[in-house]
Write a protein that binds this ligand. Sequence first.
Ligand code: MF3
Ligand code: CO
Ligand code: CO
Length: 251
Amino acid sequence: MSRIRIKSAKEIALIRDSSRLSAEILQLAGEMVKPGITTDEINTFVHDYTVKHGAVPSPLNYNGFPKSVCTSVNDVVTHGIPDNYVLKKGDIINIDVTSQLKGYHGDCSATFAVGEISEEAKELMQCSLDCLDAGIEVCALPQARISDIGAVIEDIATERDFTVVRDYCGHGIGRQFHEEPLVLHYRQNRPGPVIREGMVFTIEPMINAGDWRVRTLDDGWTVLTVDGSLSAQYEHTIAITKNGPEILTVV
Ligand code: MF3
Ligand code: CO
Ligand code: CO
């Protein structure tokens, strides 16, 4: 039984506004990434910029999350907590920005290179981005189902000898940060709901260089690859309009 909330054009316009702000913040935060800066400095920028634009950083206090943005470095898959870690050449960092404007959330993330990075890291980042793009393209096909997104993503990652994280997924978004549908990034046995006009959800594949399995630190948030291999992720918020999928998290 599906409880996916279909959004009106008016609501989509509001999610478009918060998504554009999130995308702008993400772009600016990405421009800060260089050797020598701390993840806390990124957090401070994201927090201040969000508030200055009349929005609320959605991560802050969300289920007790202590900061305003997630910063996930190297083998951190997701939900990294900004701290005094100093970025160094060769690191990769995912910055995940969500802001709530006029009651509606917009959610996006990207992975950035810190100076020169390894070939493996470049390929992993490219794979994760290609998985996201392919997942969005699937939404344009007639009668496509939510479950088709994970199928195409798993195919791409597997073909490149990378793996798909199974414990975290994309999600519906709107007045709630996370709502139905669950958007799994791997192939499932059951067909998911048909994608239709008015749905708004994220696609956010987390791709690992090694084992797909993850573990969580005692802080209750930081998710790492079990084998210490690198992980990369990109995320967009997508609205399904009468013309097909529209990426809302663009500047
Ligand atoms: N932005 C993440 C997502 O893509 C969720 C972060 S929850 C937080 O769904 F509490 F860690 F911020
Ligand atoms: Co996010
Ligand atoms: Co998300």
